[in-house]
Write a protein that binds this ligand. Structure first.
Ligand SMILES: NC(=O)c1ccc[n+]([C@@H]2O[C@H](COP(=O)([O-])OP(=O)(O)OC[C@H]3O[C@@H](n4cnc5c(N)ncnc54)[C@H](OP(=O)(O)O)[C@@H]3O)[C@@H](O)[C@H]2O)c1
Length: 261
């Protein structure tokens, strides 16, 4: 990229590891300059930054804990200060801890709502303010986009992970409201993966068996989720809608969360 001031720039939250890293690298491969957000995984974040720098010429890491509203609010301006511009936010970071109707409490609900709903909304708000500032500075066509990582389980609910599911349901509803409120400056699109990566709750063998449980015989790959994010950021006509990237898992009835089946 010959002129860094013209390189489109994206903030990917929770991009140190797992799906966030795949999304960051796919965006860097597509030419985006990537701001890599992390909370605790500093070493992994530096590895994501190195990979993104190799792919698109520049990248940097930004630490923030999303329980801290001021830290979330400062994130957009820190990225803008470092790169000179910000064009998109991918809200990928997420808390995923188990609770259900029996164990539900304010503490779990609050933690999930802060990191999975509040922070993405504050970041979308910050992106709109940045777009306004760019327009006032003489860039009338400045436009931004937000992608919110959701979950196919919103369309196929079960009683597990109650606070997590509530926080993602709230984010899905916020997607509609923000698409209206932030237009025409910022588009808002959801991407809802199915079972994509395993966790400590599942053996590799069990994960592979569950991954096959879908109309297409496979759930989402990280590459397919990342490519949906790239598409949502590129497609200038999409807002207020969600891409379900899950092999059709949302069309099937599952009584429990995959990790507890
Ligand atoms: N994995 C799947 O199969 C799957 C399925 C459906 C939907 N999704 C969605 O896809 C996204 C990525 O999934 P994933 O499994 O890769 O996510 P993950 O590993 O569970 O979490 C991603 C990152 O979120 C960050 N994070 C958590 N709480 C935070 C907080 N309070 N403040 C700041 N950062 C915080 C952590 O960063 P640090 O490590 O730096 O602390 C973590 O590495 C999520 O939004 C998830 O809901 C995933």
């Amino acid at each position: 990229m010959s002129n860094p001031a013209l390189q489109r720039t994206v903030l990917v939250t929770g991009a140190a590891r797992r799906l966030g890293r795949d999304i960051a690298q796919a965006l860097a491969r597509a030419g985006w300059r990537v701001a890599v957000h992390y909370r605790d995984s500093e070493q992994d974040a530096l590895e994501t930054v190195a990979a993104c720098t190799d792919l698109s010429g520049d990248s940097d890491s930004f630490q923030a804990d999303f329980n801290d509203e001021q830290a979330v609010r400062a994130l957009i301006s820190r990225v803008v200060q470092r790169f000179g511009r910000l064009d998109a936010v991918v809200n990928n970071a997420s808390l995923f801890e188990h609770d259900d109707a029996a164990s539900f409490g304010y503490q779990a609900m609050q933690a999930h709502l802060l990191s999975n709903t509040g922070a993405p909304i504050v970041l979308a708000q910050g992106l709109q303010e940045h777009m306004r500032a760019r327009i006032e500075a003489g860039e009338p066509d400045a436009r931004g986009a937000v992608v919110n990582l959701l979950d196919q389980k919103l369309w196929n609910q079960n009683p597990d992970f109650l606070s997590y599911t509530l926080s993602k349901a709230a984010l899905e509803a916020a997607g509609t409201m923000l698409a209206l409120a932030l237009a025409p400056l910022v588009r808002v699109v959801g991407v809802a993966p199915g079972l994509t990566l395993t966790s400590h709750l599942l053996s590799q063998e069990r994960f592979e068996a569950l991954h096959r449980l879908s109309p297409l015989g496979r759930s989402s790959s990280a590459a397919d989720v990342a490519s949906a994010v790239c598409f949502a950021l590129d497609n200038q006509s999409m807002t207020g809608t969600t891409l379900l990237v899950d092999g059709g898992q949302h069309l099937q009835r599952f009584e429990r969360d995959f990790s507890l089946m």
